[in-house]
Design a protein around this ligand. Structure first.
Ligand code: MRU
Length: 348
């Protein structure tokens, strides 16, 4: 039972991840043969992007189960020990809900199975199902979202919500891929996305590799390019969407949404249903990860700020639902009022 995409490969014994910290300069891979390695790879952003960390954590869970079975534990012992392994995987990154969603799904499967025999096979199949479904879901998001893009559109995107942020194909970039596959001429502006530079390092690399017309700008240029009338639509991904439609995504997304509103540019969010967290009322309840100060004081491995300067480094922000023109999911496009319409979508 295997799977191989640009982002990850499941060999049956290990999870191989393209090391996204080293892109675009080097294509090197990290091989994880145990769950601790997977947890570290998520924490240190070897693999990143909400759906990709969800799928990676599911394979981490499989490796955890495998380790427990090697110790000749009974089914009940596996069940109690896997909880702490799940916690290790969960404690890596707090904002993207897909991580918790995938691990919850894995545990549910393990409990449903209810016996020792065939346990590893069952969890492995479930992780592969999560990964393969992700690709199908992204293609469906792409088909739905492509309707919103006309031939000749120039689209601004922020961070990387592409193949690299998912198992394959991407969410926001999946929408662009689908539109291109339909024969529409689509140009892309990619925000560099300081401080981690997912836009410059990953989105530009991924889109150029696929033959897109992509123009890189630094984050402080997006307002000006919109004012110049160069942008027809913004399409971004999401890490968690609250029941009222508030969207947590990469830091800087909120700023782009405010600017889009100001300039009358539609602001679309493309995300799978697994990114919706209907258990929380608004974006105020979304935990926002704070990352190391060095990400801000350094750039390209070089210090750019005085020693001992105070630093604040939230990795995500929340875009109020009033700024979101539509949310594109695999089940269809959702328009305001989000509270009612997201609930309806879930119940369908
Ligand atoms: O910190 P990252 O790189 O994991 O943040 C990724 C993003 O914010 C993406 O836009 C989001 O996860 C959607 S990916 C399809």
């Amino acid at each position: 039972m295997k799977l191989k995409t640009i982002t990850m490969e499941w060999t049956g014994d290990s999870l191989v991840l393209i090391d996204q910290r080293r892109l675009p300069f080097e294509e090197v891979y990290v091989t994880c043969a145990d769950y601790r390695c997977v947890a570290l790879a998520i924490k240190e952003m070897v693999v990143r992007g909400a759906p990709a960390i969800g799928a990676a954590s599911a394979f981490g869970y499989v490796l955890g189960v495998k380790e427990l079975l090697k110790k000749s534990y009974s089914y009940d012992q596996v069940l109690s020990q896997i909880r702490s392994i799940r916690e290790v995987l969960e404690r890596t990154r707090p904002t993207a809900v897909n991580l918790f969603w995938a691990l919850e799904r894995m545990e549910k499967k393990l409990m449903e199975h209810g016996k020792y025999e065939g346990l590893l096979k069952v969890v492995e199949e479930e992780a592969l199902k999560i990964a393969k479904e992700d690709i199908e879901i992204n293609k469906a998001i792409g088909q739905n979202g492509a309707q919103l893009l006309q031939d000749g559109f120039t689209v601004l995107t922020h961070c990387n919500a592409g193949a690299l942020a998912t198992v394959d194909y991407g969410t926001a970039l999946g929408v662009l891929r689908a539109a291109k596959e339909q024969g529409k001429r689509i140009k892309v502006f990619a925000d560099e996305t300081r401080p981690y530079l997912q836009g410059a390092r990953l989105t530009a690399w991924e889109l150029m590799r696929d033959g897109f017309d992509v123009t890189l700008i630094s984050d402080n240029m997006s307002g000006w390019v919109m004012k110049q009338g160069k942008i027809d639509a913004v399409v971004v991904g999401a890490d968690r969407i609250a029941s009222n439609g508030d969207v947590a995504n990469k830091i800087g997304t909120y700023m782009v949404a405010v600017l889009a509103k100001r300039h009358g540019v539609p602001f679309y969010v493309a995300a799978p249903m697994s990114t919706l967290d209907l258990s929380i009322e608004s974006g105020n309840n979304i935990p926002i990860e704070e990352r190391s100060h060095e990400e801000v004081t350094n750039c390209g491995g070089r210090r750019i700020a005085p020693n001992n300067v105070n630093v604040y480094n939230p990795a995500f922000d929340v875009t109020d639902h009033e700024l979101v023109s539509a949310i594109i999911t695999e089940k269809g496009i959702v328009y305001p009022p989000y509270k009612e319409n997201l609930k309806k979508l879930f119940e369908e």
